[in-house]
Write a protein of this length. Structure first.
Ligand SMILES: NC(=O)c1ccc[n+]([C@@H]2O[C@H](COP(=O)([O-])OP(=O)(O)OC[C@H]3O[C@@H](n4cnc5c(N)ncnc54)[C@H](OP(=O)(O)O)[C@@H]3O)[C@@H](O)[C@H]2O)c1
Length: 454
């Protein structure tokens, strides 16, 4: 394949879809792989040839297909009728996840070449270490993957495959291949996108000599719905897909966005801008996609869903740390005395949840108010008082958790002699989480001096 020279980025036009399409990584075996490829999952066989020809005419030189996509024939047709020499194009296909014996793999590799109508493919990878209906099971199919690998090695040695590799392989699955490989895997193609960056797996793959390819760089389209990303993209005057693609490229990964639309192909390749280190960090830590919509039925996404709970916990901690510095005074109309708010956070999907760390100096308290869905207060410092309308004033202290019932008028704050800090978390209804009422008078505040605990 002819390799275009690397171009100085400094005076390029970020709207032109040319620069990135000419850039390549070098695989461990010396084969050049274009950094940006066209994903073809969900492009029908009948539409695939036109999509490939359009992509090639825009400047794409790398096409990603798979036996499982059912469009190898169309993709091959597009390659052969693209007007470019075969050597100018980089074609990847994938050995079906269910094929875990040597003989079946040998036959399937030949079938791919025959469907594609090509003498060789540039890269063939095992689609998944486990058959899809066993994805995430304990059985890692170690022996079956070694058999499939041996078939890929043979086809590689026979000149049918220029490079061979893996997809969806976790560290143990990689190690299983590395231990016996006579031809080293050059690639691991994995789910990687803004909000889901499997850093340890990326590092393990790289440490074993592999280039990492990011599939679903736009989160299978789900990232298009994230308002936080829209804000970041607007700051750079780019689209969300451009931000997503640039993000994985800046991590040093191959980007494989899927589209059959020539307009999208063009704009997806206009990514000649730089995301700052701070923004890369922010994008890495934004809340994960909670649900990949209709695509959640596919094992690659349901496995990602399963790790969500832990990921969200970590990300919420990160957000608190980052916003901790931004301390603001509680608005006077809602509070009496000095109240400060910091560590504010917002989670928008599937419903809006907000929270903050709130500190009340001695004598400070909220006005009377209600929450449509209630509120949880985790008291982390000092001593406070609270009262539900009609009830006694009660005292609480660090370590207590207060569950403020939905729609019940109440107030809370510090005591007259101690400050009090709590973390407040509440869900919103139609954008509202609180209805504020009149202030708590001094008489109401000290009434009964609280129902002290013994
Ligand atoms: N190895 C694996 O197990 C594995 C798994 C999944 C995917 N993959 C590979 O990775 C490729 C990409 O992943 P993916 O298909 O899941 O999703 P993706 O590329 O993350 O997202 C594709 C979605 O984004 C939309 N889109 C793309 N560019 C756009 C633009 N400029 N403006 C607006 N919308 C845009 C597409 O719609 P339009 O088509 O309307 O543009 C489509 O709905 C696949 O096609 C496949 O080749 C591999």
């Amino acid at each position: 394949m002819t390799v275009a020279p690397r171009v100085d980025r400094s005076d390029t036009n970020p709207k032109e879809p040319t620069m990135i399409l000419e850039e390549t990584y070098t695989l461990a075996n010396g084969v050049e792989i274009p950094k940006l490829g066209l994903g073809t999952w969900f492009i029908d066989d009948g539409d695939a040839a036109a999509a490939v020809r359009n992509a090639v005419s825009i400047g794409y030189r790398h096409i990603d297909t798979a036996q499982a996509y059912g469009n190898e024939a169309g993709v091959g047709d597009g390659i052969r009728t693209s007007g470019l020499a075969r050597s100018e194009l980089f074609v990847t296909t994938k050995l079906a996840a269910e094929i875990k014996t040597y003989d079946a793999a040998v036959a399937a590799i030949d079938e791919s070449l025959s469907k594609l109508g090509l003498d060789y493919v540039d890269l063939m990878i095992i689609h998944s270490p486990q058959p899809w209906d066993a994805f995430g099971d304990e059985d890692r199919y170690f022996d079956g993957n070694r058999q499939a690998w041996r078939a890929l090695e043979k086809a590689h040695n026979d000149g049918k495959l220029r490079a061979i590799g893996l997809s969806n392989f976790q560290a143990v699955d990689i190690d299983n291949i590395i231990e016996v490989a006579t031809v080293a895997p050059t690639v691991n193609q994995i789910l990687a996108h803004i909000s889901n960056t499997p850093s340890e797996l990326i590092e393990h793959s790289k440490a074993n000599g592999m280039t990492v390819e990011a599939y679903s760089p736009i989160g299978h389209g789900e990232l298009l719905r994230n308002p936080q990303l829209a804000e970041v993209a607007e700051r750079y005057s780019v689209s969300v897909p451009q931000l997503c693609i640039r993000y994985v490229l800046q991590l040093g990964l191959v980007a494989l966005p899927k589209t059959a639309s020539p307009d999208h192909m063009r704009s997806n390749a206009a990514v000649d801008f730089e995301i700052t280190a701070d923004d890369m960090d922010t994008l890495q830590n934004i809340a994960n996609i909670e649900h990949y919509g209709d695509a959640s039925v596919f094992p690659v996404y349901s496995a990602a869903d399963q790790t969500l709970e832990r990921t969200q916990e970590i990300q919420m901690t990160d957000i608190l740390k980052k916003t901790d510095q931004q301390t603001v005074d509680g608005p006077e109309e809602y509070f009496t005395g000095h109240v400060t708010i910091r560590g504010q956070f917002v989670r928008d999907e599937p419903s809006r949840v907000t929270g903050a760390v709130v500190t009340f100096e001695p004598g400070a308290r909220t006005a009377w108010h209600t929450h449509p869905l209630g509120q949880t207060l985790v008291v982390i410092d000092g001593v406070g008082w609270t009262q539900i309308d009609g009830g006694p004033v009660q005292e609480f202290e660090a370590g207590d958790i207060l569950l403020c019932p939905r729609d019940q008028r109440h107030w809370h704050g510090a005591t007259t002699t101690s400050s009090m800090t709590h973390v407040a978390v509440q869900e919103h209804v139609d954008g509202t989480n609180v209805t504020w009422m009149q202030k708590v008078t001094d008489d109401e505040y000290v009434a009964g001096q609280a129902d002290r605990r013994s």
